[in-house]
Write a protein that binds this ligand. Sequence first.
Ligand SMILES: *Cc1c(COP(=O)(O)O)cnc(C)c1O
Length: 397
Amino acid sequence: MKNDHRSVTRRSSAPVSVSRPVSSPIHTSVVYRSTDADELDSQYEGRLKGYTYSREGHPNATIIAEKIDWLEGVKPEWGGGVVTGSGMAAVSTMLLGLLEKGDHIVAGDQLYGRSLRLMTDDLLRLGFEVDLADPTDAAAVKAAIRPETKLILVETVSNPTLRVADMAGIAAAAKAAGILLAVDNTFTTPRGWKPFENGADIVIHSLTKLLSGHSDSMLGYVAARDAAMNKALYDAAVTWGFTPSPFDCWLAERGIATFELRYDRAEATAARLADALGGMKGVKRVLYPGRADHPDHNRAGDLLKGRFGNMVSFTLDGGREVVNRFLRAAEHIPFAPTLGDVGTTLSHPASSSHRALAAERRAAIGIEEGFIRVSVGIEDPDQLIGEIEAAVAASRA
Ligand SMILES: *Cc1c(COP(=O)(O)O)cnc(C)c1O
């Protein structure tokens, strides 16, 4: 059609091209038009495939969901996982999609800060019941299960102390009680450990972190080992409005393409950094599951089979002043409250993620003022380790 007055205000279709784009287009359209009411019926009734309204789905979200389904080993007969607007939206989708008022949850006592807050505050307000238990102690988790318990939520490796959950024991306890086991696999990623192959019923991710990997896209993911549960998760995400923007999904598609390479490189550097820190003056303690002095080293070996991840924590010998000198001296490594970025970042839990805890409670879980967490990125390992070594030395001056 030749351009006329209408063609300016009415949207055109993309110009025809027999050759197709190599990178995925971003589909920003909120709404999709149908030819007639019968076609729309066919779509809603599943005879034709298509999108209608972007809160209910769009191509960029489908692309990401299918990639993570594959990484996590979601079987086709389970349907597929749901991509959400953040990791917390994925946690909320699970709770609102699968649980009911009065249900009891057993949650790990060292969950991600906001997940913990959801458990100890917001959920109680909505009529759920929650008990926290130490996930490194399967007997404690089992003891917290009650007749009305519906779900256990744990993280494989805890933040920031990198304790490794007794996943085999917890999965056995969940199975014996006939309740759901949900695993937030953000820290460990499917490259480190696959929850569905080890008894989990639900897997959650913050894609914002390692999977997307560039600190420019905020997304989450949740999937269950069952088609009816996945349908309930999808409906909860659409109804409560937790679904993601096309642009974030598009960025995540670019990020996830290099996830495995980034993870392997960062993990190899993290192991080297942990050993280097172990020999540095001014470092009191190093926490890395691959080291023999880690409290869960044996379990980490059995569970993670050598995939010990990109996160390293250590304690500087000193208080706030030493910490500040260290952070300022490490001027090329951002001090920023995230993890999984392509570049290394530093965090200080006592002033950020764990600031709400009283100092004694922090100390009880091993987070002193001098505690630093490193999310190792993909830079040149020698240069990175050299920079951290120089900053530790400067912190003592
Ligand atoms: C960051 C994080 C979340 C929350 O994800 P957002 O994308 O920030 O909402 C949940 N769990 C873990 C383990 C995380 O690290």
